[in-house]
Design a protein around this ligand. Structure first.
Ligand code: F6R
Length: 613
């Protein structure tokens, strides 16, 4: 949450910072602001709402030319999303400007102390106190880096802080605890950001900062220390995608582009991981074979869409490996005293690798002696860095706030791991390995086929625009798909939507069925044991007046007479069906939000990377 950019070098800082903010706006869009240093003074501009508002403000009230600047897009935590609470925040004498991502948990006592000392606070944010604390610290510790290190020792919670000083026109100082921060190394210029996307058009050389580190950055040098000033050795890496991957590439929306990229994302995630005999090879997996053979429990933990992918993975893991598998919302996990032992494997699934709840859950699991495997899409982010092992998904950058291609690749990565486990441990799935591997390899072209249903799906969305509620039903792996369909509709089209396990209908939810209510039903393949049961569920809701939108495989004629609309899915094994059945539901929500006139890529109140608990 919140996007942060910093630039120091020969270029026009404002241009670089605004371009970076544009690429990071998906992280928060409650307000935006910038600060530049020129002629021994700091000048800021900040504005509530989207970046466009800030740009309009700067057009009428330009900033001085400068070669050092910082910028911020905000997802509000402390204080309403207005101009005053927008970042940067400056010290009383105007010499220090600070931007921040995270939550300073001991903000209240620090604020009270400052007020008691006579400091006048202008905003309701936790960030502003850092500007004042720094100003006080610099009286005894005049070096900006030293002052920031000292202030960080006083703070608790999560923070990426980026600071400029009026009398240091060639240096940006930043600190990181629990919130992301990456340095981009250029030639004679350097960049700082929450995400490499911000500077990818300038450099692909990056340095990921670790926990509790401070970076001091000039055009020529990047120096990293811990909070006590001890030097830290950093590892530089090259970003594997380029600026074009973070552009809309001819699509109107990032979400549409990312939906369309799903065949490639799935193919890339499979690439090189299944050999010609159908055996899974996970070369980078750093879990030793003895450990793998002794795993006696798996707990998957994640949030939101990633959690739904974990729910799907559970079916495959238990079926193929016979290892008991639980799935738990990361935000609940560590607060319920879970039973964890050295033979428990916790799988943390996260697109961003920065989700605070998931990070805290996996840290807790490791403290209790369990091992953690991360399934992650963001190279070098915190969750994989702190895990015992990682399987990267290769979805490429996901910019739209609503997760699509990351979801499908998370399922694929979990399935690959489940197959690998079964293969290594010699459990039941062994014989079917070749066949499932082959089928997985065919999924990209099947996903491609589902994309062709967009015309029909969009027409259904237009018909349902005035509906108050939409229900989604599924069974087995179709149940998490139903939950995911409902989540997408809530977050994008702001409609009431619920996903249910179809077998639960008669235990309550059927009371919601009234004349005309749209009910999406995900039907498993014809040969699946649950197929006929869900066809009965379709009849039950139809008999009570529901409008049924049925997702069923090609050739399944049993549903025709009970369906108001049919969306056809390519035939595939039941466990793989989520890779195709989710796609029309993504397209449906995207279109519904579009026809309602909402901002699909940046839905209200949300942010892409949830770096606060
Ligand atoms: C929904 C969505 C969120 C994320 C969740 C976890 O479309 O995107 O529910 O799935 O915030 O995010 P990551 O995967 O980055 O941990």
């Amino acid at each position: 949450m919140c996007g942060i950019v910093g630039y120091v070098g020969p270029g026009q800082a404002l241009d670089v910072v605004i371009e970076g903010l544009r690429r990071l706006e998906y992280r928060g869009y409650d307000s935006a602001g910038v600060a530049v240093v020129a002629d021994g003074a700091i000048t800021t501009r900040k504005k509530a709402g989207k970046l466009a508002n800030l740009e309009a403000e700067i057009a009428v009230d330009p900033l001085p030319a400068s070669h050092i600047g910082i910028g911020h897009t905000r997802w509000a935590t402390h204080g309403a999303p207005n101009d005053v609470n927008a970042h940067p925040h400056v010290s009383e004498d105007g010499t220090i400007a600070v931007i921040h991502n995270g939550i300073i948990e001991n903000f209240a006592p620090l604020r009270d102390k400052l007020i008691a000392q006579g400091v006048t606070l202008r905003s309701q944010t936790d960030t502003e106190i850092v500007a004042h604390l720094l100003a006080q610290q610099m009286i005894s510790t005049p070096d900006l880096g030293d002052a920031l290190r000292a202030v960080c020792q006083e703070l608790t919670g999560a923070f990426t802080l980026v600071v400029v000083h009026a009398s240091t026109p060639n240096k940006i100082v930043a600190a990181r605890r629990n919130s992301p921060l990456v340095v981009g190394r250029g030639v004679g210029e350097n960049f700082l950001a929450s995400d490499v996307a911000a500077f990818i058009s300038h450099t692909r050389n990056a340095i990921e900062l670790g926990q509790d580190q401070v970076v001091e950055m000039t055009p020529e040098a990047v120096v990293v220390t811990d909070f006590f000033g001890n030097p830290v050795e950093v590892k530089e890496y090259e970003v594997t995608w380029d600026a074009a991957a973070a552009e809309k590439g001819g699509y109107d929306l990032f979400m549409l582009k990312e939906i369309a990229e799903q065949p490639k994302a799935v193919a890339d995630t499979l690439l090189g991981r299944i050999d010609l005999e159908g055996r899974v090879t996970l070369d980078d997996l750093t879990l030793d074979l003895d450990y793998i053979k002794n795993i006696d429990k798996i707990i998957i933990t994640a949030c939101g869409t990633a959690y739904h992918s974990g729910m799907i993975a559970k079916y495959a893991i238990e079926h193929w490996t016979r290892i008991p598998c639980e799935v738990e919302l990361a935000s609940e996990f560590r607060y319920r005293d879970p039973i964890l032992t050295p033979t428990t494997l916790v799988i943390a699934i996260s697109q961003s690798g920065e989700t605070m709840d998931t990070l805290m859950a996996m840290r807790y699991a490791r403290e209790q002696g369990a091992k953690v495997l991360a399934i992650c899409n963001s190279n070098g982010s915190t969750i994989p860095r702190e895990s015992d092992a990682v399987i990267y998904t290769h979805a490429g950058p996901e910019i739209a706030v609503a997760s699509t291609k990351a979801f499908l690749t998370q399922i694929v990565a979990c399935y690959l791991f489940a197959m690998y486990l079964a293969q290594t441990r010699g459990t039941g799935y062994g014989e079917a390995a070749g066949e499932i591997a082959l089928e997985l390899g065919r999924m990209p072209s099947k996903i491609d086929l589902v994309l062709d249903t967009s015309g029909a799906v969009n027409a259904i969305a237009k018909k349902l625009i005035d509906k108050q509620s939409v229900l989604f039903l599924g069974r087995s792996v179709g149940f998490p798909v139903a939950l995911e369909g409902a989540l997408k509709l809530k977050e994008l089209a702001y409609m009431h939507a619920e996903g249910f396990a179809a077998g639960e209908l008669k235990h309550g939810p059927i009371a919601l069925i009234e004349e005309g209510i749209p009910v999406f039903v995900v039907v498993p393949p014809v040969e699946d044991e649950l197929h006929d049961k869900i066809v009965s569920n379709i009849q039950e809701v139809r008999a009570r007046g529901a409008m049924t939108i049925v997702l069923a495989e090609e050739g399944d004629e049993s549903i025709v007479e009970f369906s108001d609309h049919i969306i056809r899915l390519p035939k595939c094994p039941a466990l793989l069906q989520p890779l195709v059945s989710t796609v029309p539901l993504q397209m449906f929500s995207c279109e519904m939000a579009t026809v309602k006139g909402y901002d699909v890529d940046q839905p209200r109140n949300l942010a892409k990377s949830v770096t606060v608990e």
